[in-house]
Design a protein around this ligand. Structure first.
Ligand code: HAM
Length: 424
């Protein structure tokens, strides 16, 4: 061990477990690519103000959880706590919104929140996200929810649930907010929570403490205050999900930790994860563009937590079908065999075959151990006597069967066994 370890609230991804993370990212992003989402990558840090305005100045994320820094040049930056504000900023900066709409983008990366670390909650975590910018269409909301639910299913997850709500819009939310504030002011709440009533009353609904929840039983709900537009929009989203056979639960108390949401909001929760049960979440954010100085650009998106998705898979005992990284492993005995097999490995790799080599001049026994550990189906073995006869041995590591093949044909023989197209 060195004198250093990964900072509190972070962890390293190391083989073989790291393969699961790659598989999860791939399973979530492949369907997005097929649905017309283009890849976007933004910097790991942005101006603090982007998140203060975008995510919301009164949210926990902005007031307590951002890693902020002042550069030597005096810029106030923050490590990104989430992806939506950055992606929208990038799209506006590149004028993507002046082209065909919606602009559909996906991303994958690391995010940073100074939270109290616990199982499933880290200070550095990984999301795959998708944002569809510039269209107000219930089918777009449904598309995103369906893509997420299908991705979880494809991975083999079963015990996840989709919670769905509508948070209304600029037309109906203000009246609801006042009604909620009036209700909350009549309750027996501590000072901090009282302060929240003025700043961000919807967050009070999300208070997990029992004595608070007990008083909220009769709280007014957004559902009963939706304007006609929001009501019919939400009904269409629900119908599209029903038609696609994506089960959901209406959760009229679902509020999210970010302030930009309007209308459709949703969260995927997994029942095997304990307190940190949200494996993904998102919704519509029709006003965010204006909040960060852009034109009106109604949009919708989500982000799925890669770390928690991996934990959910483990909780369900799902083993991902991660193919072995190596097809063939070369085991040379002696200098000439090293040169010959190294050349064969190079040729195989140039043909796209996953090939590895016993480095470090280990003896035959250790080298065969490495070959078996690599998960390779075949080993190419050669010693002095083989080479004197102009052959190498191609060994099937599953059946133990071994065949001699001429040196010059070693690579093509492996490729033929692996059924590579156009071997020879
Ligand atoms: P979020 O709900 O804050 O939404 O995060 C999305 C997911 O990221 C969560 O459901 C969770 O799985 C994962 N996550 C969040 N914080 C942590 C943490 N500290 N440790 C481990 N995993 C975590 C957003 O970030 C929005 N930008 C989603 C969105 C996109 N809305 C519209 N477009």
């Amino acid at each position: 061990m060195s004198s250093f370890s990964a900072p509190k609230g972070t962890y390293d991804l190391i083989p073989p477990d790291s393969a699961d993370f790659l598989a999860v990212r791939e399973a979530i992003s492949a369907p997005l690519r097929r649905a017309g989402y283009g890849y976007v990558e933004t910097p790991g840090f942005e101006q603090v103000e982007l998140f203060a305005r975008g995510v919301g100045a009164s949210t926990d994320i902005v007031t307590k959880e951002m890693y902020t820094l002042t550069t030597k040049g005096g810029d106030e930056l923050a490590l990104r706590p989430e992806g939506t504000a950055s992606v929208l900023r990038a799209a506006l900066q590149a004028n993507l919104h002046r082209g065909a709409l919606p602009v559909k983008l996906w991303y994958s990366g690391s995010y940073y929140r100074y939270e109290r670390p616990q199982a499933g909650r880290y200070r550095h975590f990984s999301q795959v996200g998708a944002e569809a910018l510039g269209a107000e269409d219930p089918a777009l909301d449904a598309e995103l929810v369906i893509l997420a639910a299908d991705a979880y299913r494809t991975l083999g997850l079963r015990r996840f649930r989709l919670l769905l709500n509508s948070l209304g819009d600029a037309e109906c939310r203000p009246a609801y907010r006042s009604a909620l504030q009036e209700f909350l002011r009549g309750l027996d709440l501590d000072e901090d929570t009282r302060a929240r009533i003025d700043i961000n009353p919807l967050r009070v609904l999300d208070d997990k403490r029992e004595h608070v929840q007990a008083q909220l039983a009769d709280a007014p709900l957004m559902r009963d205050h939706l304007c006609q537009g929001c009501k019919s929009y939400h009904e269409q989203v629900r119908e599209l999900l029903l038609a696609a056979e994506v089960p959901f639960e209406d959760d009229p108390r679902l509020v999210r930790g970010l302030d930009y949401y309007t209308r459709t909001t949703f969260e995927f929760v997994h029942d095997g994860l304990g307190a940190q049960s949200a494996v993904g979440g998102g919704g519509r954010y029709d006003g965010l563009s204006e909040m960060i100085g852009g034109p009106a650009l109604p949009s919708v998106g989500w982000a799925l937590g890669v770390d928690r998705t991996v934990l959910a898979l483990r909780a369900e005992g799902v083993a991902l079908d991660v193919p072995s990284g190596t097809d063939v492993f070369a085991v040379p005995v002696g200098e000439e065999a090293r040169r010959t097999l190294f050349a064969a490995v190079t040729e195989l790799r140039r043909h796209g075959v996953a090939a590895d080599f016993a480095y470090g001049g280990k003896g035959m026994k250790n080298a065969m151990k490495s070959a078996n550990r690599s998960g390779a189906r075949f080993a190419l073995v050669a010693g002095e006597r083989d080479l004197a006869e102009g052959v190498v041995q191609l060994k099937d590591l599953e059946s133990g069967e071994q065949t001699a093949v001429p040196v010059a044909e070693a690579a093509s023989a492996v490729r033929a066994k692996l059924n590579c197209p156009s071997a020879r």
